[in-house]
Design a protein around this ligand. Structure first.
Ligand SMILES: NC(=O)c1ccc[n+]([C@@H]2O[C@H](COP(=O)([O-])OP(=O)(O)OC[C@H]3O[C@@H](n4cnc5c(N)ncnc54)[C@H](O)[C@@H]3O)[C@@H](O)[C@H]2O)c1
Length: 360
């Protein structure tokens, strides 16, 4: 095929491995090189992932054949690596969060503006069929005007003691919940007006950041949304290969659901039940009535594509870059989601409603 490109993956941990898998599956990529700052780790991960790997970033930045850089390194270097890559003329897909602070997010956006380069942030849920179906149903007017969105997210990723995640001073709002604040922004298509968030004392004793958040936010068009997150109570997954894990998790305290209610119907997404449903509201002379009119289920084999489509996202981005097209969603749009994340942190710190207009 014409227009094949070489790519680099910075950070070869768990997510870096997923990026390598996606790059190998892309018909638009003909060469992959990985990067880890430590020489031995670069060699080890290169061998394990069966790719070339270097510990010298300049090997990558100065190589004119490399057109696209996927950044899957720890959060504290997202900004630095993005700015360097853009300045070297590379297209960039950087994992969320967009920087560890709002200032870093702005620096990343400014670097994109200054270079005119390609920068997309890895909000891969926008590439996942379940959430794309929500967008389609809303855009088709199947639930009327969306007015209220509720997200309940309970999981038990009790990250290991003394890992970068547990020790991070960055909150889980940017690191984890940015995905789940980004989706309603995308679905509702209205700017966020303000946010009020609460957080109780931790129950995970060794986290350096909060393990629970109740984030309420209001859109300019009057719609409201809440994200209710706790790092628990779900049973711990011990990675038993014999266990059909989602089947168990569907009723052991795991929840990842959205309920989006509109003037003409409602939508439910339910990751742990591999199901989405749509209600239709009709009004007769006596009352308003609600009926489930559509149910979609999918199988274990379709999990990635339906609920966490990093592979699809990365392949789509390689195609855009190979064809010289702009990002699927702009750096500015990602910055708006990060603004909501940082306004949420301010709200929790200062116990007040924070208007997004306050944040530049
Ligand atoms: N989109 C998603 O759903 C999703 C899921 C998981 C992780 N992530 C993101 O991916 C990133 C990596 O997460 P992970 O789970 O793979 O963590 P990980 O700890 O498994 O891997 C991080 C890697 O970064 C490397 N690293 C450290 N300093 C570096 C530097 N200066 N330059 C390059 N690499 C460096 C580490 O050696 C390690 O291999 C994080 O930003 C995380 O938020 C996104």
């Amino acid at each position: 095929m014409k227009n094949k490109i070489s790519v680099a993956i910075l950070g070869l941990g768990r997510m870096g491995g997923a990026h390598v898998f996606a790059a190998k599956a892309s018909p638009y990529i003909d060469d992959i090189i990985g990067y880890e700052p430590d020489k031995e780790r670069a060699e080890l991960r290169g061998r394990e992932l069966e790719i070339k790997a270097t510990h010298n970033l300049d090997d990558i930045l100065s190589n004119p054949d490399i057109k696209l850089i996927y950044i899957a390194a720890i959060n504290e270097v997202h900004c630095e690596l993005t700015v360097k890559s853009l300045e070297a003329g590379k297209a960039v897909l950087c994992e969320k969060p967009m920087g560890e602070t709002l200032a870093e997010a702005r620096e990343m956006m400014d670097a994109q503006k200054a270079t005119g380069g390609f920068l997309q942030i890895g909000f891969e849920l926008r590439y996942s069929k379940m959430y794309q179906t929500v967008k389609d149903w809303i855009d088709q007017g199947l639930i009327g005007t969306p007015v209220n969105c509720q997200c309940r997210y309970y999981c038990s990723e009790f990250h290991l003691k003394n890992s970068w995640r547990s020790n991070s001073s960055g909150t889980l709002i940017g690191e984890k919940l940015s995905h789940y604040l980004d989706l309603p922004r995308w679905w509702f298509g209205s700017p966020v007006k303000n946010v009020y968030s609460l957080s109780a004392p931790n129950f995970v004793p060794y986290f350096n950041h909060s393990d629970n958040h109740q984030i309420n936010y209001k859109f300019e068009n009057g719609a409201i949304s809440v994200l209710n997150f706790i790092m628990g109570i779900a049973e711990t997954d011990y990675d038993d290969p014999l266990l059909e894990i989602l089947e168990k998790q569907a009723d052991d305290g795991h929840y990842l659901q959205y309920h989006i209610v509109g003037t003409g119907g409602a939508i439910e997404t339910d990751v742990f039940r591999r199901r989405m449903r749509r209600w239709k509201f009709t009004e007769d002379e006596k009352q308003l009535r609600s009926e489930i009119v559509e149910t979609i289920t999918y199988t274990k084999e379709d999990d990635t594509e339906w609920m966490h489509n990093t592979v699809g996202q990365n392949i789509a981005i390689a195609e855009l870059v190979a064809k010289g097209l702009p990002p699927g969603s702009s750096a500015h749009d990602a910055y708006e989601t990060m603004k909501l994340c940082y306004a949420t942190e301010i709200s929790e710190k200062e116990s007040r409603i924070v208007p997004l207009s306050e944040i530049k």
